[in-house]
Design a protein around this ligand. Sequence first.
Ligand code: ADP
Length: 540
Amino acid sequence: MMMNIPLTLSAMVEHAEKYFSKKEIVSRTASGITRLTYGESGKRIRRLSSALTMLGMKQGDRIGTFAWNHHRHLEAYFGIPGIGGILHTINIRLSPNHISYIINHAKDKALLIDAELLPLIEKVKDELTTVEAFIIMTDEKTLPETTIENVYHYEQLIEQADDRFELLTNIDENAPAGMCYTSATTGNPKGVVYTHRAIVLHCMALGLADSAAISESDVAMPVVPMFHVNAWGLPFAALWFGTTQVLPGPMVTPTILAELIEQEGVTITGGVPTIWMALLKELDTGKYDTSSLRAVLCGGAAAPKGMIRAFESKHKIPFIHAYGMTETSPLVTFSRLKSYQSDLEEEDRLEVRSKQGYVVPGVDMKVMGPNGDVKWDGKEMGELLLRGNWVADEYYQDERTDEAFRDGWLHTGDVVTIDEEGSIKIVDRTKDLIKSGGEWISSVDIENALMTHNSVFEASVVAIPHDEWQERPIACVVLKDEMKGKVTKEELLAFLKPQFVKWWIPDDIVFMDEIPKTSVGKFLKRALREQLKKQMNTTT
Ligand code: ADP
């Protein structure tokens, strides 16, 4: 038999303090760049734990954060679980109704809030039923003026606290350490609770050579917000592994990102495709040296082939497509060529790498079609089911649990094909699939094809109701600025025709200035469908 030592976040802090006390956190806040070593950060984490205890917070309490990516948020990532508390990262882009809903639903006892985001909390303060303390994170010496009571200054609070506070390591590794709500397309957001054990195992998976391979020698910059699936677990793994981390702070622009990459020598970064699309435009100015980058991780929505090609061929930046969800911590698949695929032709390699890839060790999957498991032929479509040690098995106190978690599997709502290598390709979400004449059309495939056209900046394809065929696809296209007015619908349709069977070709193409997006930058197809419906009603 072997020892059984609880896997905890506090043990990760102790490790970083012991072995990486000289390594750095580079944090961009409202007033500029702060640099802290893991030695200093460890002390501040302990001070935060101590301060929270002084405020009366106890094991099992939920404590919310409402903040951008910076060093204080990182301290909360460990300082809250350090007292056995539960770090509840709140998505700052949710509607006020949803913000108050999730704070009340989680029963947050305290909130750690960025000063510049305070107005958003002031808006909902009268709805909040459980919060006893509002702790403001700011570089300023004094608190901002506010209508909220029970307000504390983060720095003053931790200043008075104990920098040798003992973090809890001897707790049940299955105790909750964090929680995050995922935006539901209908109804209220659904909560996912992460255990210490799940977070630690997920970090190990991020370190695997065939996943993100995060190591001490990296300089990691999570662009994905720390309020969205724990910034994909990158801040946890980076601290544990002694990786230098660059936290890019509030109101990130492509210019800020490009400058940070160059100045700090970022080697690995992660974010959603819309961020990388915008960064590409900035890099096209040719002003930046990005040669330090060894991996741009992209997930949260499908990475268009054209974007992968632009990063790799034009800018010589290795690009990695990955897939996951809030319910899965999020790491599920990485799209990597297997060793025996290395002699594939350039285009075939790109084809493989633009799929979502195969599951990392530790996650198990199956794909269920209407008649059971689908064939691994890259053609038959079915719903992706997942299980694993960092996959949730329920929504937090939510009756929608039974829909998604059945027979030991998470039913993802993602429709995929799977090829003979086990590599999945997301063809749609169940609710976005286009059902035309009893057959399925993948909106994602058509979008990706359109986005390879050199005039197209973004494209989103949705279903509209059709008398004869039940549903038909319509493509909404945003042209690149310099191509506006120079390309016609007919040209784009002609571009699609050789690539698809006839009935997949959209009935129409609608040019738009912008495609509505979710709080985390994904196409908001529900809003798009409504917009189209309205436009069609006014034209008929
Ligand atoms: P939300 O459900 O609020 O959009 P998540 O971040 O949990 O937030 O989203 C997970 C979903 O995002 C997945 O179920 C899938 O539909 C989509 N997704 C994630 N990664 C990819 C990817 N690489 N390609 C296509 N879709 C993706």
